[in-house]
Design a protein around this ligand. Structure first.
Ligand SMILES: [Zn+2]
Length: 376
């Protein structure tokens, strides 16, 4: 297997940007890390920019402080900035600081670097295509793009039982990430030489996970370049993909909250999304919509819809299966995979939502503490 020799070759090359990336992943400031290393902040800053070299003892210390292996700093992937489109949630919350966004982007970049390396050892063959459309060619715009995707995937009429698996079967890598602090639901990237990448907030309720995934899929399908209407278009795409007008139209006529609650588990979309859809398709009047939303507010459903109607979140399967492939076909053990990624074995399952991973995160108090922490 060529992967190992490849790692040995790059191990000598330090990618200084990965130092910055790892620091941001952990949410540490330059001053904190410089202090722990016993160097000046100026030195660390230059080190992160590749203007200073590092000797062996300091590199070891850096690994300790940043809780990773040397191989982490050998990933040769470039660093990607914010995606073409960030979910509108982000812009609404100007309160989110740069540090939080930096952390999220560092997390995302680490996954990109990891998968560039891991996928060099295997090939993903999609079961069906992920089309790309130029909206100028589609008279009905985003709605038509969604209809074409349903057709390209030969989906039956009606609700989509599991959108995550569908996207994965179309070759997308879907990652469940820690995004709550950044108040972002999802982001997506198309990067040369890698499958389409979708990163979703792991803490989203199931219905919102699906809608966000459909929204990001819309970006991948329709938006090779940014445009001022891209967020609305992605929402329109998501609505038609998950709730096709011809299938759901009749159900939405004069919808009330009781019916929305009944339809939610069937279509696996939020009551809110159903109301928006009903209004958009003119199945309710402006007045009815206002009244329904006022009632939603009064009942607190705008913040959280009733627990008994919650939709289980779909799990990612392709990312875990890449790890399984390494363990099975390529005969890597967990230690070797961790070395490849440049992480401690106990940090891997959390980053990738792996349930079939023996090394579990230990309760802190030093890394030797005995009680394993159950990962939800
Ligand atoms: Zn978007």
């Amino acid at each position: 297997m060529t992967l190992i020799s490849k790692m040995q070759a790059v191990e000598h090359d330090l990618n200084h940007e990965m130092i910055l990336l790892r620091r941001r992943m952990l949410g540490y400031t330059q001053a904190q890390v410089a202090d722990s290393l016993g160097v000046s902040q100026g030195f660390l800053s230059k080190l992160e920019q590749g203007l200073k070299e590092i000797d062996e003892p300091l590199l070891d210390k850096l690994c300790d402080v940043l809780k990773c292996r040397r191989s982490f700093f050998a990933h040769s992937e470039r660093i990607y900035g914010a995606p073409l489109s960030t979910h509108p949630m982000f812009r609404k919350h100007a309160s989110v600081g740069q540090k939080v966004l930096d952390k999220l982007l560092a997390d995302v970049n680490a996954r990109i670097a990891h998968f560039r390396l891991m996928l060099s050892g295997l090939e993903i063959q999609p079961d069906f295509p992920l089309p790309q459309y130029d909206l100028d060619d589609l008279p009905k715009g985003a709605v038509q793009a969604a209809q074409y995707v349903r057709r390209a995937w030969q989906l039956p009429d009606g609700p989509i039982p599991n959108l995550t698996v569908l996207c994965e079967r179309a070759g997308c890598l879907v990652f469940a990430c820690d995004m709550s602090e950044a108040k972002i639901d999802g982001i997506s990237y198309r990067i040369a030489g890698l499958p389409p990448l979708i990163f979703l907030n792991k803490d989203l309720p199931g219905d919102r996970w699906r809608f966000t995934l459909a929204h990001e899929l819309g970006h991948l399908v329709m938006h090779a370049y940014p445009n001022p209407d891209m967020e609305d278009q992605a929402n329109e795409f998501a609505s038609e993909l998950l709730m096709p007008e011809k299938d759901i139209g009749r159900d939405l006529r004069n919808i009330d909250l009781a019916r929305a609650g009944m339809l939610k588990p069937i279509w696996k979309v939020s009551m809110g999304a159903l109301l928006v859809r009903a209004k958009r398709l003119q199945k309710i009047t402006e007045g009815q919509s206002t009244y329904l939303w006022r009632t939603m507010s009064m009942l607190g459903y705008r913040t959280a819809e009733p627990v008994e109607l919650s939709i289980p979140r779909e799990r990612t399967t392709l990312v875990p299966s890449v790890f399984e492939h390494y363990k099975g076909q390529l005969e890597y053990n967990e230690e070797e995979i961790s070395e490849l990624l440049g992480l401690y074995p106990e940090d891997v399952p959390q980053l990738y939502e792996l349930t079939n991973w023996k090394h579990r995160l230990q309760l802190v108090e030093g890394r030797q503490a005995a009680k394993p922490l159950r990962l939800a």
